[in-house]
Design a protein around this ligand. Structure first.
Ligand code: NAD
Ligand code: ZN
Length: 379
């Protein structure tokens, strides 16, 4: 079968790989119909996730037709068109039982906190992903969900990650009616977080990025304010100024480790460079939230990154909430929101690209070319 094949930093190829096989009675094999590229794939693509092995197939946002099921699979059957959450979850462990499907204890035997994730390096279990013609789906009684009749498959594929992650970003922010919510990052995740912030009663939503076409998009899609940080002296001062010097009630980091920009901080009259490049969005979030406010982090960081300006967190009494999205927990209500027209995720898909051209798609998405918001690979 054809599959995306990682060859090393910024080197992606599409090549023949052996067909996946049922390895466990609860596995299914799915013939992929759509498979997105995610900002999370860019951390792998750029070589920033430890133990990303040459030969791995990425892809954790996919839909497909069930081709084969193991003898213990009851929830789905051959021929079903399913959407598959990006988290691989057993459904039974201590964490899954609490709805923390992104922190499953069984699906990743590595000693990191994250559960298994399709196509996300050996730190997330070493599972091959769905940027391929076929993929093995473990614990097929837990994650895969039949796409409801009438749902557009483009909406369905965004329910595997973008919608739940954006929604959970807003949910973790603990938004109270009337709150001012600032979102750093206008990629698919930040765009969805901004849209979802209104569902929790936000009074004002502000998105900050540097890419003009994304700022234009989010302004319309999420009916919010959108600003370019490259046109500001200091994004932290900008947020403070526009909130009567209080700071935002809630700030969402939808950027992660590959942020650009500089964080300056004035300490007893001296202006210091606190952080350059990596994690600036996280620093801006912590510095621009109000005292006692909440910073919600969905941006992805390396397992051992040590980037939090903890003194500022302590001095301001900030609450930080962070996690991988728990897709399965959120699916029922988010399927409803899509079916009722409250959320319209497919509007984010700007490019449909044959799987064969995955290398070009990665380059375009990584370099933010051709007004790309969300590319989907079609095997
Ligand atoms: P993306 O690459 O499309 O978007 C990131 C955006 O951040 C870009 O538009 C970029 O210009 C902008 N940016 C860079 N530096 C910035 C800064 N200092 N301030 C503000 N904006 C800045 O990625 P995406 O698909 O939207 O994903 C965003 C993040 O969410 C990634 O880190 C990704 O790994 C993470 N993610 C997390 C989960 C989860 O479950 N927690 C799930 C999916 C994605
Ligand atoms: Zn993703």
């Amino acid at each position: 079968m054809l599959a995306m094949n990682y060859r090393g930093p910024q080197r992606v190829r599409v090549s023949q790989k052996p067909m996946p096989e049922i390895k466990h009675p609860q596995d299914a094999i799915v013939r992929v119909t759509r498979s997105c590229i995610c900002g999370s794939d860019l951390h792998l693509y750029n070589g920033n996730v430890p133990d990303t092995r040459v030969g791995m197939t990425f892809g954790h946002e996919f839909t497909g037709i069930v081709e084969e099921v193991g003898p213990e699979v009851e929830k789905i059957k051959v021929g079903d068109h399913v959407l598959v959450p990006f988290n691989i979850a057993c459904g039974k462990c201590h964490f899954c039982r609490q709805g923390l499907f992104g922190n499953c204890h069984e699906s990743n035997s590595q000693a990191t906190a994250v559960g298994g994730i399709f196509g996300y390096s050996h730190t997330a279990g070493g599972y091959d992903g769905g940027q391929a013609e076929y993929v093995r789906v473990p614990y097929a009684n837990v994650g895969p969900t039949v796409i409801p009749p009438g749902m557009d498959p483009d909406d369905a594929v965004l329910l595997t990650d973008v919608v739940p992650t954006g929604y959970q970003a807003a949910e973790m922010g603990g938004i109270q009616p009337g709150d001012t919510v600032v979102v750093f990052g206008a990629g698919p995740i930040g765009i969805m977080a901004a849209r979802c912030a209104w569902l929790f009663g936000a009074g004002r939503v502000i998105v900050i990025d540097k890419i003009e076409y994304r700022l234009e998009f989010v302004k319309n899609y999420a009916n919010c304010e959108a600003y370019n940080y490259e046109e500001m002296d200091d994004p932290v001062v900008f947020v403070k100024k526009t909130t009567d010097w209080m700071g935002a009630d809630v700030v969402i980091d939808a950027v992660g480790a590959e942020a650009t920009g500089n964080t300056m901080q004035t300490i007893t009259g001296r202006k210091l460079l606190l952080q350059a490049g990596s994690a600036t969005a996280l620093h801006w979030a912590i510095n621009s939230v109000k005292k006692g406010g909440i910073v919600s982090i969905v941006g992805v960081y390396g397992p051992t990154d040590n980037l939090v300006p903890i003194g500022n967190v302590v001095n301001k009494g900030i609450t930080i909430r962070a996690n991988q999205a728990s897709v399965k927990r959120l699916l029922p209500r988010l399927i409803d929101h899509v079916q009722n027209g409250i959320l319209n995720p497919k509007a984010l898909i700007t490019h449909r690209i044959p799987l064969e051209d995955a290398a070009d798609a990665y380059r375009m998405f990584s370099d933010k070319l051709d007004n790309c918001i969300k590319p989907v690979l079609i095997p």
